[in-house]
Ligand binder design. Structure first.
Ligand SMILES: [Zn+2]
Length: 123
């Protein structure tokens, strides 16, 4: 199985999913099952959109608690690999997982920004 390019139905969002040769988990050091590379734009301090690319890995150990990740991990457990038969399910679950990762990253960025303001006594 090679890399999978998932494009959402609206065609706005491109996600590259890699299932071969995925890196080790940055959190626990074990092998991961999936690497997703997705577009992630952020706003600079002038409020302009800055397009960027982010990566996320799916780890059997660390990601079980995330409902979207757990569903995706369940697919890997059942099917062990991505095949033409489960590709559609896989793409959908992977897109949902990337979306949840993206929300989480945004929240963290927001929290960090608020924390900074708070530290400077502006909040
Ligand atoms: Zn891990």
């Amino acid at each position: 199985m090679n890399d999978v390019q998932h494009i959402d139905p609206q065609g706005q969002d491109e996600i590259l999913l890699k299932v071969d040769g995925t890196p080790q988990c940055p959190r626990c050091g074990s092998d991961t099952v999936l690497l997703a590379r997705y577009q992630h734009s952020w706003k600079n301090n002038r409020g302009e959109d800055v397009p960027g690319i982010k990566e996320a890995v799916l780890c059997r150990g660390c990601d079980q608690t995330d409902p979207e990740a757990a569903e995706l991990l369940a697919l890997f457990t059942v099917d062990e690999q991505v095949t033409p038969e489960n590709l559609e399910t896989f793409g959908g679950l992977a897109a949902a997982w990337v979306e949840s990762v993206r929300q989480r990253t945004v929240d963290e960025a927001l929290l960090a920004a608020q924390h900074e303001l708070w530290c400077r006594g502006e909040l």
